[in-house]
Ligand binder design. Structure first.
Ligand code: UT7
Length: 323
C-alpha cells in the first residue's frame, strides 16, 4: 500500500472579454493569418480593468470545489502558481484563502513562470506523500495582459489571462501504474537562459516592466526539452507513449505542441489543444486545458495523462498522472 495524490476536482475561469486576432490589426502591423499560422492562436481572454489574478483564481477555485463536492475548509492548503500577483505581497494564495473564507490550513505561491503549474503540482504531491496535507488546492492563475508591451507585435499577440484549479487528495493505492493520481514528476531549470524570456522590471529595479522574448530561441529549447522531460517522467512512472491517453501540454504555440507530440511518438488526436481559444496563459494554461478537456468529455476517469511545460528561467518539467 502507498499514498497517491489523486485528482478530486477541477475547474476554471476565463475573463469575459474575448479578443480576436483581428483586434490587433487595428494598432499593429500584424494579421489574423500571421498569428494563426505561426502560433495557432485565434483569440484570448483579457481581464477587465480592476480584475486581478486573485479574482480569477477564486472563481476557478470555486468551480473546482463545486466539481469535487467539497468546501474550502475541506482543504489543508492552497498553492497558487503565478508570475502576475495582484500585489508584491501577500501571496495570491492567501488572498484566495480569504476569498474562499477558508479559516484553516496554509497557503503560498510558487513562481516558475509558464512551468509554474508543474512545479506547484510537484510541491503539492510531495506534501501529500509526506503526510503534511491530505487535500491541496493547486491553482494556476495569470493576468499576463498586464505585462505586455502593446507596441511589440512579436509578444503582445501571444498571451492571455485565465485561471484553472485542481484539487488533489491523499488516497491509498496499490503502488502500481494502474493507480489513479500522480505517478511521476520530472523538474528542470537552467538559469543561464534568462535573457531569452524575461520581464525587464521588478520590485528591486523599481518598475513593473514588460515581457521580452526571443521567440525563435525559446521555440528551439521548447521542442527539444519538452520531449525529453516528458520521456523522463514516463520512464520514471514505468509507462510508455503507447499507454498515454492524453498529452496535456503548456499551451504556448500549436507548432511546439505538435512538434513535441511528434517527438514523443504520440498522434495529435491524443493531445489536448486549447491554445486557439486561450493564447498563452502561462501557469494557468495546463489547469485550464485539463478543465476544458474534462468538461468537453475528452478526459475521463482512469485516463493516463502526461503534462509538460517550459517557460522563463528557463524552467521546465513533466508529470505523469492517472486521472
Ligand atoms: O510560454 C513560454 C514559452 N514561450 C513560447 O513557447 C514561445 C516560443 N516561440 C514562438 O512561439 C514563436 O517563435 C513565435 C510565435 C513567437 C514567432 O514565430 P517564428 O516563426 O519564430 O517567427 P519569428 O520570430 O522568426 O518572426 C518571423 C517574422 C519576423 O520578420 P522578419 O524578421 O522575418 O522580417 C518578425 O518580425 O515575423 C515577424 N513577426 C510578425 N509579423 C506579423 C513577428 N511577430 C509578428 C506579428 N505579426 N505579430
Amino acid at each position: 500500500m502507498q499514498i497517491r495524490a489523486v485528482v478530486r476536482g477541477v475547474g476554471h475561469y476565463l475573463p469575459e472579454r474575448i479578443v480576436p486576432n483581428s483586434e490587433f490589426e487595428e494598432t499593429l502591423d500584424t494579421s489574423d493569418e500571421w498569428i494563426k499560422a505561426r502560433s495557432g492562436i485565434e483569440r484570448r481572454h483579457f481581464a477587465a480593468e480592476g480584475e486581478t489574478t486573485s479574482d480569477l483564481a477564486v472563481a476557478a477555485a470555486n468551480a473546482a470545489l463545486k466539481d469535487a463536492g467539497l468546501s474550502a475548509d475541506d482543504m489543508d492548503a492552497i498553492i497558487v502558481a503565478t508570475s502576475t500577483a495582484d500585489l508584491t505581497f501577500p501571496s495570491v494564495a492567501t488572498m484566495v484563502q480569504a476569498g474562499l473564507n477558508m479559516q484553516r490550513g496554509f497557503a503560498y505561491d510558487v513562481q516558475a513562470v509558464c512551468a509554474g503549474f508543474i512545479f506547484a503540482l510537484s510541491s503539492a504531491n510531495a506534501q501529500i506523500l509526506s503526510g503534511q496535507a491530505k487535500r491541496i488546492m493547486v491553482i494556476g492563475a495569470e493576468t499576463f495582459s498586464r505585462l505586455m508591451d502593446w507596441s511589440d507585435r512579436s509578444t503582445c499577440v501571444l498571451f492571455g489571462d485565465g485561471a484553472g484549479a485542481l484539487i488533489l487528495e491523499a488516497q491509498e493505492a496499490s503502488g502500481s501504474t494502474a493507480d489513479r493520481g500522480i505517478l511521476s514528476v520530472d523538474l528542470n531549470s537552467d538559469g543561464r537562459h534568462r535573457d531569452i524570456l524575461y520581464v525587464d522590471g521588478g520590485v528591486s529595479t523599481h518598475t513593473t516592466g514588460h515581457l521580452r522574448m526571443q521567440g525563435k530561441e525559446v521555440f528551439r529549447h521548447a521542442v527539444e526539452k519538452l520531449a525529453i522531460t516528458a520521456q523522463a517522467a514516463m520512464d520514471q512512472a514505468g509507462v510508455t507513449a503507447d499507454d498515454i491517453d492524453w498529452v496535456v501540454p503548456h499551451q504556448a504555440n500549436l507548432r511546439i505542441i505538435k512538434g513535441t507530440a511528434k517527438k514523443m511518438g504520440i498522434s495529435t488526436e491524443r493531445v489536448v489543444i486549447t491554445v486557439q481559444d486561450h493564447g498563452n496563459t502561462s501557469a494557468a494554461s495546463i489547469p485550464l486545458a485539463l478543465s476544458v478537456a474534462k468538461a468537453n468529455g475528452q478526459l475521463k476517469e482512469n485516463h493516463l495523462v502526461v503534462t509538460e511545460a517550459i517557460g522563463g528561467g528557463l524552467a521546465w518539467g513533466a508529470i505523469v498522472l492517472r486521472w
